[in-house]
Design a protein around this ligand. Structure first.
Ligand SMILES: [Zn+2]
Length: 316
C-alpha cells in the first residue's frame, strides 16, 4: 500500500467511526441513568474508568449518566472523591454528569452554613446532584438533616442509600418521614435494600438488608410516604430496585404505572462486566409509552433540570 492509499483509507475509517458514534449518540439513547460510579485502581474490585463507563452506556442505550462519588467510609472498599469524579468525567461532560456528597460527620463542616458554602463550590465546578449519600448513621441523624437542608437550599436533589448499615431506619420508615418533614424543600431519591423492601406492607427489619422474594403486599411505606410527601422519589437501580419490581411482577408493573411520576431509571453500574437486570426488565415488562418516557428520562429531566437530547458538544 502506498502512503497515499494508507492515509486515504485511514481517513475513511476515521470518518466512518465518527459517523457511527454520532448516529449512536443522536438516535439510540433512551435512558438517563441517575446512578452510576467510576472507581479507581486501589480497590479489590476491577477499576471502571470514565471511558469504560461511556462505552458501556452506548451498548446499553444510556444517553447520560450521573456519576456519584462515594465519600463515606461505609460506602465502598475505597473512597471516590468528588474531585476525582469531576476530573475524570470532564472530557465526557456531554454524557457524564457529576454529583457531589460530603460526610455529615466532618468536623470542619459543622453547621448548615458551612455545608452550604462547601456544596456551592462543587456546584460552581459543575455538579448537578447530591449523592450517593451512604453514611453509617441513622437516616434522621441531626448531622444528616443538616446536610440535607444544605443540599435542599442549593436545589441539589438528594440520592440516599438506606439499609441496615447505612442511613438506618425501621420498618415503616419513620426516620425518613421525620427527614421529609424537617426538609420540605428538598428533593429526595430513595435507593437500596431498606428503601425498596418498603414497597411491601409486610417489610421486616431483616428485609432491609436482603432481597425479599415473597409476594408484595399492599400498604408499603413507600406508597404511604409518596402519598404524604410530594418530594420523595425512587431510584430503580441496583439489585434492590429490580428485585422490588420482579419479586412480584404483577404488583411491580402496577406500581411502575401508578408511581410513574416518582420513579427514575438507574443501574448502579460500577464494575466492568457487571450484570444489569434493569435492561432486560424494561424489555420484558410492557408499559404504556408515557410511563416509559417518564421513568426512562422525563422525570430525571424535570428533577435535575437536564435534557437527554441536549448535546452541548458535538462528537466529531
Ligand atoms: Zn451506588
Amino acid at each position: 500500500m502506498t502512503r497515499r492509499d494508507f492515509l486515504k483509507r485511514a481517513g475513511a475509517t476515521a470518518v466512518a467511526i465518527a459517523g457511527a458514534h454520532n448516529a449512536c449518540a443522536e438516535t439510540s439513547h433512551r435512558y438517563i441513568d441517575v446512578h452510576t460510579h467510576i472507581t479507581q485502581t486501589f480497590g479489590v474490585k476491577p477499576k471502571l474508568s470514565a471511558a469504560d463507563l461511556v462505552r458501556w452506556m452506548d451498548s446499553a442505550e444510556i444517553g447520560k449518566a450521573f456519576v456519584l462519588p462515594l465519600v463515606n467510609p461505609e460506602s465502598w472498599d475505597h473512597l471516590i472523591s468528588v474531585e476525582y469524579v469531576l476530573r475524570e468525567t470532564e472530557q465526557f461532560r456531554d454524557r457524564l454528569i457529576p454529583s457531589c456528597c460530603i460526610d455529615p460527620r466532618m468536623n470542619y463542616l459543622n453547621s448548615v452554613e458551612a455545608k452550604v458554602k462547601h456544596l456551592q463550590r462543587y456546584i460552581d465546578a459543575g455538579v448537578k446532584g447530591y449523592g450517593e449519600h451512604k453514611c453509617g448513621v441513622n437516616i434522621d441523624d441531626p448531622r444528616n438533616i443538616e446536610v440535607f437542608a444544605a443540599a435542599a437550599e442549593l436545589k441539589l436533589p438528594i440520592l440516599f442509600h438506606l439499609d441496615n448499615d447505612r442511613n438506618m431506619d425501621k420498618p415503616g420508615l419513620p426516620g425518613l418521614a421525620k427527614v421529609l418533614e424537617a426538609v420540605p424543600n428538598g428533593i429526595f431519591i430513595g435507593h437500596a435494600n431498606g428503601w425498596w423492601a418498603s414497597i411491601s406492607g409486610d417489610a421486616t427489619q431483616e428485609d432491609f438488608g436482603a432481597y425479599p422474594n415473597r409476594k408484595t403486599t399492599p400498604g408499603g411505606a413507600i406508597d404511604a410516604l409518596m402519598d404524604r410527601f410530594p418530594n420523595i422519589y425512587g431510584d430503580l437501580s441496583a439489585g434492590s430496585g429490580s428485585n422490588a419490581i420482579l419479586r412480584d411482577v404483577e404488583f411491580g408493573k402496577e406500581f411502575l404505572v401508578r408511581r410513574a411520576d416518582r420513579l427514575l431509571f438507574g443501574t448502579d453500574y460500577l464494575m466492568p462486566g457487571q450484570q444489569v437486570p434493569q435492561l432486560s426488565m424494561y424489555k420484558e415488562i410492557e408499559l404504556p409509552e408515557d410511563v416509559r418516557t417518564k421513568i426512562f428520562h422525563g422525570n430525571a429531566e424535570q428533577v435535575f433540570g437536564i435534557s437527554l437530547k441536549n448535546w452541548p458538544r458535538k462528537n466529531t
